[in-house]
Design a protein around this ligand. Structure first.
Ligand SMILES: O=P(O)(O)OC[C@@H](O)[C@@H](O)c1c[nH]c2ccccc12
Length: 383
């Protein structure tokens, strides 16, 4: 009896933090690190067609990464956003609860981290209600995905201006409510009429007042533009959910997702026939993403999601020199995102090298968002 009680295997936190061990042990664990998300997903049955995701990833984990602590992998990629709060008492915990120190791992450091932590809980609950096998069943009845990138390229060719992804967005943490009388379907139809190539639909409820119902309603209303599910994706389950609501593309944010997750999620999207818009905000993220095979569409967000600062010069900076050259060689389509309000802004990012733009605030605030498009581009781009 004594032997049994005193038997102490490795503390689970130690087991889970060792990346190589995570891969071996995640069958036993329900709470796990971000870097083992791929394995978790495979085990819950996320494989597609004849090509399994596990074989897609075989050999793709760099030798360097094997044996590294999961935190080290994330740090080595410059990712500051932590996937979830550290559990257990803070390191300096020495007494009763009231004396716990704030921000010792249990308080989000910025808004993006707060959103991601909330998303983690939300997705856990949503998955319980709609397990993957029911989603897969639902996919049989959804209309096939539309060509998101193709629509942007042909709009660019048709108008000589960047193809427009117009965003259906009611509110944001940085700008508050953008429009009180918010009718997502009417706005989407106005965008389509005004010449948008694609639409972006915010689905986050808590921080952006969006919803998956909006996405579904827009799809079911007969809007033909391909739809981007604008969500904070942290797990592959969300991609399947977005597809089941009619999404043709998803956003993957490089400051949130390690390379391995991005690779894996791109693979899932390809299997589902969806596009991925991989979003970056600085040189380091751009370089990481340029090294990932299969990336066809990169978004440069002019807004820093940690501080809300907006600077459209970021788009120019990230497309200069060798990076721009590599992007052209790889024929990657670049989207300039956020903070675009005038024809001069559009000309500035086009000059920098983008062939598409993603615009929310300046359009959604107009009484006629369709006419807002003509004002933004300085001319009618609807035909
Ligand atoms: O409203 P703006 O400044 O035109 O920005 C649109 C879009 O770029 C922005 O909503 C956005 C870009 N990346 C994101 C990631 C999450 C939430 C929102 C975003």
């Amino acid at each position: 009896m004594e032997g049994l009680l005193s038997f102490q295997p490795f503390p689970s936190s130690v087991i889970q933090r060792r990346l190589s061990t995570v891969y071996l042990h995640s069958r036993l664990s329900t709470s796990s690190s971000s870097s083992c998300a791929p394995l978790r997903a495979q085990q819950s049955g996320i494989t597609g067609g004849s090509e399994s995701v596990s074989s897609a990833l075989e050999g793709k984990v760099s030798e360097q990464e094997v044996g590294m602590y999961q935190d080290e992998v994330v740090a080595s990629q410059g990712i500051r956003i932590r996937r979830r709060p550290l559990t257990g008492p803070p390191l300096h915990y020495v007494g009763p609860f009231e004396f716990r120190l704030q921000n010792e791992g249990n308080t989000p450091r910025n808004i993006l981290e707060e959103i991601v932590w909330h998303k983690d809980k939300e997705v856990t609950q949503m998955k319980e209600k709609r397990p993957l096998y029911t989603l897969k069943k639902a996919l049989e009845n959804v209309s096939p995905p539309r060509d998101f990138i193709g629509a942007l390229r042909s709009a660019h060719q048709r108008t000589g201006l960047p193809g427009l992804i117009a965003e259906v967005k009611k509110a944001s943490p940085s700008r508050g409510i953008l429009r009180e009388d918010f009718d997502p379907v009417a706005i989407a139809q106005a965008y389509e009429k005004g010449g948008a190539a694609c639409l972006s639909v915010l689905t986050d409820e808590k921080y952006f007042k969006g919803s998956f119902e909006n996405l579904e309603a827009i799809r079911n209303a007969g809007v033909e533009c391909p739809l981007l599910c604008k969500e904070f994706i942290i797990e592959a389950w969300q991609i399947y959910y977005g597809r089941s609501k009619g999404a043709d593309a998803v956003l993957l944010i490089a400051s949130v997702l390690p390379d391995l997750d991005i690779k894996y999620m791109i693979k899932i999207c390809k299997i589902l026939g969806m596009a991925t818009l991989v979003e970056v905000h600085d040189e380091r993220e751009m370089d990481r993403v340029l090294a990932i095979e299969g990336v066809e569409l990169i978004g440069i967000n002019n807004r820093n999601l940690e501080t809300f600062e907006v600077d459209i010069g970021i788009t120019k900076r990230l497309l200069e020199g060798e990076r721009g050259e590599l992007i052209r060689q790889k024929d990657i389509l670049v989207v300039g995102e956020s903070g675009l309000f005038t024809p001069e802004d559009i000309a500035f990012v086009q000059e920098a090298g983008v062939k598409a733009v993603l615009v929310g605030e300046s359009l959604v605030k107009q009484s006629d968002p369709g006419q807002g498009i003509s004002a933004l581009f300085g001319r009618d781009i609807s035909s």
